[in-house]
Design a binder for this molecule. Structure first.
Ligand SMILES: Cc1ncc(COP(=O)(O)O)c(C=O)c1O
Length: 365
């Protein structure tokens, strides 16, 4: 079968997505700081719900995700009818491309944006259009200048992965105001809970007919393995996604655990507080060691080295110490390493190894 020509989707055009590594050959007890997972995992409420959910694996899960949508709506002050749940927010991003972009259409994403945006755009037969950032920060004016009559979707992650930077509510409004109504603005809020005072774009979806927010349970809620996320937006958009998704796209355990997790305010608060404290401490320690970073609003830090060679050498040194962080070459940031904020000990260990690496490098020079 000629997969290259199938449905206008070209295989040689689609870069395989390579996730954060979870193994180092020959090493046990690897410290994984490569996928932005919550070091505490889920809270007790979600753990209990998950264990109970395993009692009836023979049953199909609720097709309409009704209880979960109600729990999300109550926790965030949203309308349950305008929520669509998916197997991770990844599924929602993919569904949006399938539903609203196709051959001849353009999908905008930013220079250091999440790698799945161009993959999903191409899988839908559309053309991804990459827009430059300004010093690793999304540039609204450049996005607006790139909109054409063929643009169908604009993806903006706020805070962005892997830079950790974010743009203000005013900038988001300017972006939403500056695009035609037939262009969908997708605000990816995978890390929204880690950003102080940010609603993930929820309020913008209330006043605009073409703004959608996506959220995940993989990060602050600690449920990455269950694959669960959701989208929130105008009713016709959400209705469209519900029509094209699989009927049982979210497993029963995932629905139950997520419904418990979203109401576990204490666990979310504790995770957020720990993260901001450690983020500040880590950034300061790395800076002291000669490794600067931009102010991060997420649960990771993008550490900037002097060169790509230096970042690669530091990564090698970390791997020798049994620590996995994320190389960011594919994000066009070869001189950087993205480090997830772990627990207190994890943070100390990773900063210690980097500081030693930098000190040894200074001696060699
Ligand atoms: C910016 C961004 N969006 C979406 C996702 C997808 O997350 P999930 O499919 O686990 O909800 C990620 C995962 O790393 C991400 O970094």
């Amino acid at each position: 079968m000629n997969v290259s020509a199938f449905a206008g989707v070209r295989r040689d055009n689609i870069e395989p997505y390579i996730a954060g590594e979870d193994r180092i050959d020959g090493q046990e007890n690897v410290l994984k700081l490569s996928s932005n997972e919550n070091p505490f995992g889920p809270g007790q409420l979600a753990r209990t719900a998950l264990v109970e959910s395993l009692n009836s694996p023979e049953r199909y899960p609720p097709q309409d995700h009704a209880a979960l949508r109600t729990a999300i709506a109550e926790a965030h002050g949203l309308e349950p009818e305008r929520i669509v749940c998916g197997a991770g927010s990844d599924e929602i991003l993919g569904l949006l491309c399938r539903a609203f972009a196709g051959r001849g259409d353009e999908v905008i994403h930013t220079h250091h944006g999440f790698l799945m945006y161009p993959i999903f755009a191409r899988a839908a037969g559309a053309e991804p259009v990459e827009v430059n950032e300004n010093e690793r920060r999304v540039d609204v004016e450049k996005i607006l200048a790139s909109v054409t009559t063929r643009t169908r979707i604009i993806f903006v992650a706020n805070p962005n992965n892997p830079t950790g930077t974010m743009i203000s509510g005013m900038e988001l409004e300017r972006l939403a105001d500056g695009i035609p109504d037939n262009v969908l603005l997708v605000l990816d809020g995978a890390y929204a809970e880690y950003a102080d005072g940010y609603d993930g774009g929820a309020s913008l979806t209330e006043t605009r007919p073409n703004v959608v927010m996506t959220r995940t349970f993989s990060k602050i809620h600690g449920l990455a393995s269950l694959r669960i996320g959701y989208g929130y937006g105008p009713e016709p958009v959400i209705d469209m996604l519900n029509r094209i998704r699989g009927p049982f796209n979210v497993s029963g355990p995932a629905q139950l655990a997520a419904a418990a997790a979203v109401g576990d305010v204490d666990h979310v608060r504790r995770s957020r507080l720990h993260n901001s404290r450690m983020r500040q401490l880590m950034a300061a320690r790395l800076e002291q060691a000669g490794v600067p970073s931009d102010q991060s609003h997420a649960n990771f830090i993008l550490a900037r080295f002097g060169s790509a060679a230096e970042a690669a050498a530091c990564d090698k040194c970390l791997r020798n110490a049994g620590i996995l962080v994320r190389r960011t070459d594919a994000y066009k940031l070869p001189h950087c390493l993205r480090i997830t904020i772990g627990d207190v000990v994890n943070c100390e260990v990773v900063c210690g190894v980097i500081a030693e690496f930098m000190a040894a490098r200074d001696k060699d020079q």
